[in-house]
Design a protein. Structure first.
Lengths: 103, 461
């Protein structure tokens, strides 16, 4: 089974203001981008399951010129709250690397 | 329309991060007519706004200010700094202005300094909210007065207009409170008559200084050249270069939308932007669009959400490490019960979390079955309560259990590795952002107060 880590050369996560987190998925080649950029496995449910995001607010933007997909979602609690474990959300990308992709 | 392209030095991603004197000299030699940088953002959390303090140390900010003020004075070009003191609240801005005055004295220069204050009065905001002029942004809902009251400081992010007004009145140095990163960098070109699309897009690309270059760590800043039909960007370090990829990829950075960026008074739309290598080091960008919208300013508010006390232990005992999730769950239940029974606190009056560094502290999820045990873990105990005293008492109540909790209840008590004595550290308040709203304004300057320090007049008097 193909995972996100197999088809991307770089995946990163970062806060986009105090209320949003954004993931950048840079695919390793044109073929991988075309094949997996709209994979259902990378849909709102993934972000609901892993990060408790509201699926209705998850946004997804393919950027073909950079062979990448940007996915953004609102945080379950604002940056820096009582239960904060990753102030800049810079390590959250690791949790999606093993996601198994469908064509 | 511009008579000639406008060149602006963006010396660094954030004032205090380390500008390079030779890069500024290069930019001025290329014909730059302004230096612009921001000095903060919300990125590092709410503490800096809530407390009105800088994230950077005083010496770093003073060093960067000294280099930039000296270069600006010698070249006779303005220096523009936004979001002073990390959060851009009034206290953050006062701190930066005092530093600038001190630096001017040391350099023997006499600039006219405009300080743009954008911190907001709570009663004024309540009145505007009641008048329906404050709107929520997702994921938050409508604003209520209690939320306004719960903030220690509230700022409105300025657009370019207050900067333009100060520059037109002859400011040599503009020090801004909270401002969108882009507005700080776009203001000078907009004042000169540059079209909005290229001016705002260039500002977005340059907002983090050298981050949009091929080798971001090799230099600090960039030079943007804004013309009537596009802009160019090149690194200030002559050994570095920009590529269409490095520049276009920066539109992704810390943005939830890679194509549209909402700013005070409009939206930058780069859907049709074209990025071309124009020489070895420079990228030319065209096709950037600006669509005017009703003028709004984003509100940021920070306040306290409880107080915390922390403790840290290290564990290398292989038996504990082999059953970490079980150990975590059992210990947490015992600590919570200990607080209930010895302090009489109810469940909604305290919060304890145990974060297992070396296992799953960053995410808090359970690692998959079969994950090999680590060689050691550090467990950070975090107690949160309404007062520092209560948080501190919770830690003290938990201390012996945290220190001695066994993996097998029928065995002798172990002792884990405390790093400090006393073991508990009062961490202070938890600061939270509480607003994600915009306020509609009729005039871009109506929520901004400009205060002048004219050092030439002070000298003359």
């Amino acid at each position: 089974m193909t995972t996100l880590n197999d088809v991307c050369r770089h995946v990163r996560s970062k806060n986009a203001g105090p209320y949003w987190v954004t993931f950048d998925l840079f695919f390793k080649d044109e073929d991988s981008f075309e094949r997996y950029q709209d994979s259902k496995a990378l849909g709102p449910d993934l972000f609901k399951r892993l990060f408790d995001a509201d699926p209705a607010l998850v946004k997804r933007f393919p950027v073909p010129s950079l062979r990448m997909v940007k996915i953004s979602y609102p945080r379950a609690s604002a940056q820096g709250g009582v239960v904060e474990r990753d102030m800049h959300s810079g390590q959250q990308f690791v949790r999606i690397l093993d996601t198994e992709l469908d064509d | 329309m511009l008579d000639a392209p406008v060149k602006i030095i963006v010396p660094v991603g954030s004032l205090g991060a380390g500008v390079r004197e030779e890069e500024i000299a290069y930019g001025i030699a290329q014909g730059a007519t302004a230096i612009a940088t921001d000095a903060g953002s919300t990125d590092s959390g709410a503490a800096y706004l809530a407390l009105g303090i800088s994230k950077n140390n005083r010496g770093s900010v003073k060093r960067d200010l000294t280099i930039l003020m000296k270069a600006g004075a010698e070249a006779g070009i303005p220096l523009i700094v936004g979001t002073c003191g990390q959060a851009g609240g009034d206290k953050n801005l006062d701190w930066t202005r005092e530093l600038a005055i001190e630096v001017a004295g040391e350099l023997g220069i006499h600039p006219r300094i405009a300080a743009l204050y954008s911190e907001q009065d709570k009663d004024e905001l309540k009145a505007r909210n009641a008048a329906g002029r404050i709107r929520p942004l997702p994921p938050l809902g409508p604003l209520d007065n209690d939320t306004i009251e719960a903030c220690d400081h509230i700022v409105a992010a300025m657009g370019a207009e207050p900067y333009i007004a100060a520059l037109e009145k002859g400011a040599d140095i503009v020090l801004g409170g909270r401002t969108t990163d882009t507005a700080v960098l776009a203001s000078f070109a907009l004042m000169k008559g540059a079209p909005a699309g290229p001016a705002w897009h260039a500002a977005k690309i340059a907002e983090c200084g050298g981050q949009c270059t091929v080798a971001p760590t090799s230099g600090s800043g960039v030079l943007i050249t804004i013309g009537n039909d596009g802009f160019e960007v090149e690194p200030l370090n002559e050994g570095n270069r920009c590529s269409p990829h490095s520049v276009s990829a920066h539109m992704l950075y810390e943005n939830s939308d890679p194509f549209r960026l909402i700013e005070p008074g409009g939206v930058l739309d780069v859907t049709d932007a074209d990025y071309q290598q124009s020489d070895e080091r420079t990228v030319r960008v065209s096709g950037s669009r600006w669509d005017t919208m009703p003028y709004t300013m984003k509100l940021e508010g920070a306040g306290t959400a409880g107080y915390q006390t922390v403790m840290l232990i290290g564990i290398q005992d292989p038996e504990v490490l082999g059953r970490l999730d079980e150990f975590h769950d059992n210990m947490l239940a015992v600590l919570q019960e200990r607080v209930r029974s010895t302090m009489g606190l109810k469940d909604d009056e305290f919060h304890i979390s145990l974060r297992l560094y070396g296992w799953n502290a960053v995410s808090g999820d359970k690692p998959p079955e079969g994950t090999p045990p680590p060689r050691e873990v550090g467990i950070l105990f975090v107690a949160t309560a309404e007062s520092q005293e209560t948080a501190s008492q919770i830690a003290k109540a938990c201390n012996p259990y945290f220190f001695h909790f066994p993996i097998n209840l029928d065995e002798e008590l172990p002792s884990y590795g405390f790093a400090f004595s006393p073991a508990d550290i009062d961490r202070g308040p938890v600061f939270e952002f509480k607003l994600n709203h915009v306020v509609e304004v009729d005039d871009p300057c109506e929520l901004v107060r400009t205060d002048w320090t004219d050092l030439s007049k002070v000298e003359a008097a």
